[in-house]
Design a protein around this ligand. Structure first.
Ligand SMILES: [Zn+2]
Length: 375
């Protein structure tokens, strides 16, 4: 097995584990910064290494449209293109096709869509998604799924589950035929759909579980549903997914949501929040969120966070960083992203440490409100 659980807690379902990949070990719970078109916006691979990123996420849909798979094939993979040597998880493009593109038609074979970039027409199939992810050289390949919007009718959810089952089978067949499982320690994660309906989640899990070896993803959450409903589903899935499988909660989230999901047995996360919010001037800290644009920081000579050891905090004042945002200098975006990604990596490190000491439950109760507050 490539995923090992190293330690569990007594008062919650939180656990620490290790996933081995061709490009190294990933200590879980882990968070993946997002490099939509390749780079994690404003950061270099050296920056990512310095802040302790173990793995990043690349978007199949975006990379397929720009720069296109021919260039990535020529340079022999996404790692070479972007200069990153550690693992990359690639999503399947499914979520983006349904959320960004103009959909023309969904069939059991795939999705006809019009690009949101240049208006060109494409047909994305489970097989093509696998082919692209193989060319990208992904370490964790995600299954092509149908991700429906929140609060749709049960009948539509049912259709999405059935199609996701069929597409997962096709993805797995493609990867098997192309020797992806034989030649390397490349992972394939199927995705559970079913909205906030427990019965449908169970049906979806049962229909795809035979295609998972080490990990499985929870998709279709954080798409606009009620937050309690989201945690109820994660809690429910925790009772049916075998403990031995790595659980990846797609698209989550805020620090407090990550802590909550870890307590329900989730091991892997990704989200645009630390990087996107950074570019809007929002900084995450252990004592809450700072909006640096706020005029109260105009003459503030303290660092963003006194106990933070990132380059931004050991070098610059709040006043200067606010100034950078006010004059729209790109350095401000970069320093903010650097801090937020560092903070997320420290958060995951702290979570792993608290689990190993079996103090996660007490720690999480103390920290959750503080971390989610606004300074
Ligand atoms: Zn910092």
């Amino acid at each position: 097995m490539s995923f090992l659980i190293l330690n569990k807690t007594k008062n919650s379902y939180a656990r620490i584990g290790q996933l081995s990949t061709n490009r190294g070990l990933i200590n879980t719970p882990a968070f993946m910064p997002i490099g939509t078109y390749g780079p994690v916006k404003t950061l270099s691979p050296k920056d990512l290494n310095d802040v302790g990123s173990q793995i990043i996420l690349g978007n199949t849909y975006h990379l397929y449209l720009r720069p296109g798979i021919e260039l990535i094939k020529k340079i022999k993979g996404l790692h070479n293109l972007i200069g990153w040597k550690k693992p990359i998880l690639t999503d399947s493009g499914g979520f983006q096709v349904f959320s960004l593109a103009k959909l023309n038609k969904i069939t059991n074979d795939g999705v006809f869509f019009t690009s949101n970039i240049d208006g060109k027409k494409h047909f994305l199939t489970p097989q093509l998604s696998m082919k692209i992810q193989k060319i990208l050289g992904s370490d964790i390949i995600m299954s092509f799924d149908q991700c429906p919007a929140a609060n749709i009718e049960t009948i539509e959810l049912n259709k999405a589950i059935k199609r996701t089952e069929l597409w997962t089978k096709k993805c797995h067949e493609y990867l098997s035929l192309n020797n992806v499982f034989k030649e390397s320690n490349t992972h394939f994660f199927p995705i559970i759909q079913g909205g906030t309906n427990e019965k449908l989640r169970e049906i979806s899990f049962n229909s795809i579980q035979k295609y998972t070896k080490d990990g499985i993803a929870i998709g279709g959450l954080a798409v606009g549903e009620d937050k309690n409903a989201m945690f109820d589903i994660i809690s429910y899935l925790n009772t049916i997914i075998p403990n031995s499988k790595l659980r990846y909660l797609m698209g989550v989230g805020k620090p407090e949501d990550i802590i909550e999901a870890v307590s329900l047995g989730v091991d892997l996360f990704d989200c645009v929040i630390p990087t996107r919010n950074a570019r809007n001037g929002q900084f995450f800290t252990w004592f809450g969120k700072i909006n640096i644009i706020n005029s109260k920081y105009k003459d503030d000579l303290k660092p963003i966070s006194e106990n933070c050891k990132c380059y931004t905090c050991v070098t610059f004042t709040r006043a200067y960083i606010r100034h950078l945002f006010k004059i729209n200098d790109t350095l401000g975006l970069r320093l903010a992203t650097l801090h937020n990604v560092y903070f997320y990596m420290e958060l995951m490190k702290e979570i792993r440490m608290q689990i190993s000491k079996d103090s996660f439950f007490e720690w999480s109760n103390k920290i959750k409100d503080l971390i989610s507050s606004k300074v």
